[in-house]
Design a protein around this ligand. Structure first.
Ligand code: PGA
Length: 250
């Protein structure tokens, strides 16, 4: 049985005070016995403080991005080692907003993946097709290509540090969700692709999250699908109540 994971991507929201309030609210209402892994990804400026608050609790913390170099003249960027030094052990890579607005592509992401793994960071790797690609029935091909270019150079043992997050771009922040059937269909395809590239045993162990307008009222149905192992939550992760309702659905 794969562990369910619910991760909240706060994106560019929450100043320091707001982040502390939200984190304390989540911790206070989080069932310490829940078998689900619960992760929040605050902006960089809040990482250390949120990680401190989350220490010895059920809550885990992730960064939203990182640069592939270990240090140097890269104004505005941060490294894997810097993330680790704040007490954070997880990083999101490949989010569609990074791809769309900041020019990140799969070749670049492959370098970031290697740099993160070198520092023993666990990775939530995001990928997914755009609306025109789905309309042209290219979604399976697009997703396979993204995985191939960014992740299939990895050795089997490195996959224990990879969490996949399928996020169809047309469903992110739009209020439009993939149906549970569409999510299951793609997640099953992803697992089959992993089984072909590696083996069934590896494919069965990798957690595949769904992301894109997951809300308390649709989470249960989506998470009930056999190949959906939880979710990456944007908008609904900014309030403790809705985030925890989604955690409970998992
Ligand atoms: P959303 O964002 O839940 O607001 O659609 C999901 C994401 O971008 O990870």
């Amino acid at each position: 049985m794969r562990t369910k994971i619910v991760a909240g991507n706060w994106k560019m929201n929450q100043n320091l005070t707001e982040a502390q309030i939200l984190t304390l609210d989540i911790i206070a209402n989080l069932n310490a016995q829940t078998p689900t892994r619960v992760i929040v990804a605050p902006p960089y400026t809040n990482l250390y403080v949120v990680a401190q608050l989350a220490q010895n609790t059920k809550l885990e913390v992730a960064a939203q991005n990182m640069h592939q170099a270990s240090s140097g003249a890269f104004t505005g960027e941060i490294s894997a080692d810097m993330i680790k030094s704040t007490g954070v052990n997880v990083v999101i890579l490949g989010h569609s907003e990074r791809r769309e607005y900041f020019g990140e592509d799969d070749a670049w992401l492959a370098q970031k993946v290697d740099a993160a793994l070198k520092e023993n960071l666990e990775i939530i790797f995001c990928f997914g097709e755009k609306l025109d690609e789905r309309k042209a029935a290219k979604h399976f091909e697009v997703v396979k290509n993204q995985l191939q270019k960014a992740l299939f150079h990895l050795k089997p043992e490195q996959w224990k540090s990879i969490i996949l997050a399928y996020e169809p771009v047309w469903a992110i922040g739009t209020g439009e969700t993939a149906t549970p059937e569409q999510a299951q269909e793609m997640h099953q395809f992803i697992r089959e692709t992993l089984a072909t590239q590696y083996d069934q045993n590896l494919a069965d162990k990798v957690s595949i999250l769904y992301g894109g307008s997951v809300k308390p009222d649709n989470a249960l149905e989506i998470f009930a699908k056999p190949d959906v192992d939880g979710g990456l939550i944007g908008g609904a992760s900014l309030k403790a109540g809705s985030f925890l309702a989604i955690v409970n659905a998992a």
